[in-house]
Design a protein around this ligand. Structure first.
Ligand SMILES: Cc1cc2nc3c(=O)[nH]c(=O)nc-3n(C[C@H](O)[C@H](O)[C@H](O)COP(=O)(O)OP(=O)(O)OC[C@H]3O[C@@H](n4cnc5c(N)ncnc54)[C@H](O)[C@@H]3O)c2cc1C
Ligand code: FES
Length: 516
């Protein structure tokens, strides 16, 4: 991984020379027991915790952009002045230290206290001249996933004091969904890694999290919703964050006990339980999730077959060359591919493919895509276009109703098109922006889309959005697992996928931000 030019230093409290530290440059060291990054921005110096609060990413290998420090792994963004996580996926701040400069020497002094959230009160002058709309009396979030949790977290961080309720159809609190096909499924992460927040988080922040609670109807005119058990509830502002549901295959035998889908923690646990006694797994769909499942089941020692109707895995998203690389990576780890075929039917442990080939499998995982869960929005009469249509502030066609995450189709300023994606980080960031807009911020959602996918020891980071392209340029080498792949249309870079070039991925993101 490329790193910034940074002299190494040990004890930052004893004083280090910053004469050669360039603008945006970083050096790592320690203060007492803490790993700390010292960075320069213009003429100022900042000292911050060295590890990202998402997955412990090495922030010294990240990028300083404006007043933010960005994590190389999944692009979390921290304010260099306060340590606050301004953009997901990190939800917790990093520590900050006071820096004193004496000539060319910098001394990292005491740790600074974390700033308190400012209560969202209407100030007297705002009340008279109406600078900001009044915060809603109550907020209801429908969906206990990435977008829902990030929104609830942000509302309280922004000092929102009103009633805050989150309904989730799941039986488990908001969880780290990307982990369900990766480390957790592979057996490398324990159950306690999975909740995004501990139980006391909800109590401490007065977030009324109601599990096993499906919202069945919303009435945007009356500002009221109804639950599956018939209860009705008024809301001041509403966030729809209902995510997506796996596409179910309507083929004979698809209901059998060995057939699984993967969306929830319960789904992942069921696959883990089955994998304990299974010997041969069939994964249907060479999608990101399908192939992550294949890798995780290989890690558990199962024989794994993958069936997909395409010529090359992931060709539609990553192009043929990267797709063939991903296929080769899986094959070298023992996965057998059956491409150009679909699953026709299942009978007992025997799966028959569309080309009449048969495969024995005592575990079948169907990863054939998802559909945005838009029924609630549709029935409420909200504008729909292959997702819930939102404006740049993530508000739907109904005032006071916002949508975020897998269901939202928003006007993306980078492509100039309305897009909808199924990315974890985008869902969380949209939840955060929708939350601030509920409080009257009028902040457009303009983040460059980002996702990552992990296969064995290879992680692919992808920034931007390219539904089609007229050229692909590979810089570096796929075979050496060290490259940046640019997807271009009419000479414009729409997206960049990287392997082992995390800093380049951050630079590509930043370039797309400034290109607008
Ligand atoms: C196994 C797996 C691995 C993934 N890995 C990655 C990855 O590596 N990188 C990446 O970028 N993305 C990944 N994704 C995609 C990512 O998880 C989604 O894009 C993200 O979770 C979307 O967030 P969301 O809040 O829109 O929906 P979700 O997180 O799905 O949450 C939706 C919530 O809404 C609830 N709900 C639905 N309908 C109702 C209703 N009517 N009433 C009440 N509650 C309701 C659901 O129960 C759920 O709690 C992965 C997804 C899966 C399933
Ligand atoms: S580890 Fe920093 S964003 Fe994931």
């Amino acid at each position: 991984m490329a790193t910034q030019d940074r002299p190494s230093a040990d004890d930052l409290s004893a004083g280090v020379s910053v004469r050669d530290l360039a603008d945006g440059g970083m050096m790592s060291g320690r203060v007492g027991d803490d790993d700390v990054v010292l960075l320069r921005r213009g003429d100022s110096l900042f000292a911050l915790g060295a590890h990202c609060t998402h997955y412990h990413g090495p922030l010294a290998e990240g990028l300083v952009v404006g007043d933010t420090l960005r994590c190389p792994l999944h692009h979390a963004c921290f304010d260099i002045r306060t340590g606050q996580p301004v953009r997901a996926p990190a939800l917790d701040p990093i520590a900050c230290w006071r820096v004193e400069r004496v000539g060319d020497q910098a001394f990292v002094r005491e740790r600074l206290p974390e700033p308190e959230p400012q209560p969202q009160r209407q100030r007297p002058h705002e009340a008279t001249i109406e600078l900001r709309p009044r915060a809603p009396d109550s907020v209801v979030i429908v969906g206990g996933g990435a977008a829902g949790l990030a929104a609830a977290d942000m509302l309280r961080r922004e000092g929102y004091q009103g009633a805050l309720t989150m309904f989730s159809a799941d039986d488990y609190p908001p969880c780290d969904r990307p982990n369900l096909s990766k480390d957790y499924l592979a057996g490398n992460a324990s159950d306690d890694w999975i909740p995004l927040r501990p139980p006391e988080f909800y109590a401490d922040r007065r977030i009324d999290l109601v599990l096993n609670a499906r919202v069945t109807r919303i009435d945007p005119h009356k500002r009221e919703l109804r639950l599956g058990d018939g209860k009705q509830l008024p809301y001041g502002a509403l966030l729809l964050a209902t995510g997506a549901d796996p596409v179910r295959l309507e083929i004979p035998g698809a209901q059998s006990a060995q057939v699984h889908y993967l969306r929830t923690f319960a789904d992942s646990r069921a696959i883990v339980a089955k994998a304990a006694s299974a010997k041969r797994a069939l994964v249907v769909g060479a999608s990101f999730i399908g192939l992550e499942v294949a890798a995780s089941l290989r890690a558990r020692g199962l024989e794994v077959h993958v069936v997909d109707p395409g010529r090359v895995p992931m060709e539609r998203v990553l192009g043929a060359e990267v797709g063939r690389f991903v296929q080769g990576l899986h094959e070298s780890n023992g996965v057998a591919f059956h491409l150009g075929a679909t699953l026709a039917h299942i009978e007992g442990a025997r799966a028959t493919l569309s080309d009449s080939a048969t495969l024995d499998a005592d575990l079948v995982v169907l990863g054939v895509g998802v559909r945005p869960a838009i029924a609630l929005a549709e029935e409420a009469g909200l504008a729909i276009d292959r997702g819930v249509v939102v404006d740049e502030f993530l508000q739907t066609s109904a005032p006071g109703v916002y949508a975020a995450g897998d269901i939202a189709r928003w006007p993306d300023p980078h492509t100039g098109e309305r897009i909808r994606v199924e990315h974890w980080v985008v869902a969380e960031r949209q939840g955060q922006v929708a939350a601030r807009n509920m409080l009257g911020r009028r902040e457009p959602f303009d983040a460059v889309p980002f996702f990552w996918s992990q296969h064995y020891d290879v992680t692919i980071n992808y920034v931007g959005h390219a539904e089609s392209w007229d050229s692909i340029e590979v810089e570096g080498s796929l075979a050496a697992r060290d490259c940046a792949v640019s997807y271009r249309r009419a000479g414009r870079t729409l997206a960049v996928a990287t392997i082992a070039r995390d800093r380049q991925s951050l630079q590509a993101e930043s370039a797309m931000e400034s290109a607008r």
